[in-house]
Design a protein around this ligand. Sequence first.
Ligand SMILES: Cc1ncc(COP(=O)(O)O)c(C=O)c1O
Length: 435
Amino acid sequence: MLAVNGGTPVLGPGDIAPWPHITDDDRAAVLAVMDRASPWRWPFEPIQEFEAAWAQAIGLPHTIAVNSGTAALHMAVVAAGVEPGDEVIVPADTFLATASCVLQANAIPVFADTLPDTFTIDPAAAERCVTRRTRAIIAVDLNGLPADYDELAAVARRHNLALIEDAAQSHGATYHDRPAGALADMSGASLNGSKALSALGEGGLFATANEDQYLVARKVMMFGEEIAGRTRDYNARIMGWNYRIDLLAAAFAHSQLGRLPQMTRVRQHNGAALTKALAGIPGLSTPVVPADRTHVYFFYPLLVRPEEFDLDVPVAAFRDAVVAAAVAEGLPISRWQHHPVPAQPLFQDGRGYGRGCPWTCGHAAPARRAYHPGDFPVAEETCQRRLVLGQSLSPFGPPNDLSTMERYAEVLHKILVTERDEFVRLAREIGTGGA
Ligand SMILES: Cc1ncc(COP(=O)(O)O)c(C=O)c1O
């Protein structure tokens, strides 16, 4: 019997290890840095050491550790030369920050639809969005799978645009054997506690191969000041903010970075094993991983397919029934973005900073480009059908292993195969508003 109907849940408390996975090495690293942190002075050596370690891990010379992925992306947008009214192309299905980092530069995000199999930005759709105001494209390695960088780089080259990688979800992934974080002209990665490389609390990483971009990004990171050596002249050259990373967060993330290759292997084995175990379960499609790249399953995305079930309930009822049944079995599966980002009131109402800025700031195209959610059919369909496993709830990282994946698969098998009739009743009830 399904747990939602009073049966015994497949997974009990403690069966899924939480994320991040903290070891004694991490604890020792944080304590050791505490002793090196007094008196306060910037830049702290442990932060510089962390930046050097990220530079080495991804093979780019210039990296800056900051206090969020959003900050790193904003720095990249400014370093790309984006100015008020300029346009930056971003995928319609992503986390808000991919688009709001453009607003932060008083520029205009222009949304492009995504691809139905990998869920990353469609390079052809991105190219159709190019206007004379376009300065950059931000690609997102959604769920932990890199975007189509060869095609995107070709679009960027054809139109003289900067290409920025939003690597918030993809630490450890590769594209043509190159590491995520080094797949475009610049990257912004998140170190938020849930991420594949975690600072436990908040953090981010900016990276570039270009020294000029690096110098601009550094100014944005710290009050617009030039930071030469250890002395400050308190003299803002450009608009800048305080995007400095917390020292203890950097120490934790640096310690985790040492284990990133090992943690990535576990994630990849776990994700591949789950895909294998779910093969043949009707009503769900598992993630596609093209041969030229690797997935790190920050999220393990599933699309619900009631059509395969021969069931006369809408997608939403089927999806919500899977959630209700799986959560009762102890598997924390959930929806992620409910709609493409341009459907959010920020874009629909065009409030921005108030008085319609930046859309009305005078430098932007005279007629505000309306954001029609219907313009992104693939992203909308993905948002309606998608359920995700991952983040801090049911991680794919260590110490969860193949036996944990078997339990995840057991839950979905129980719901959609063994107890199919109960599930169908539940979906019908939800479809008619009865559950
Ligand atoms: C795709 C994507 N971009 C950007 C961000 C922003 O990162 P942060 O939360 O560290 O600011 C996130 C984080 O959730 C994300 O998932």
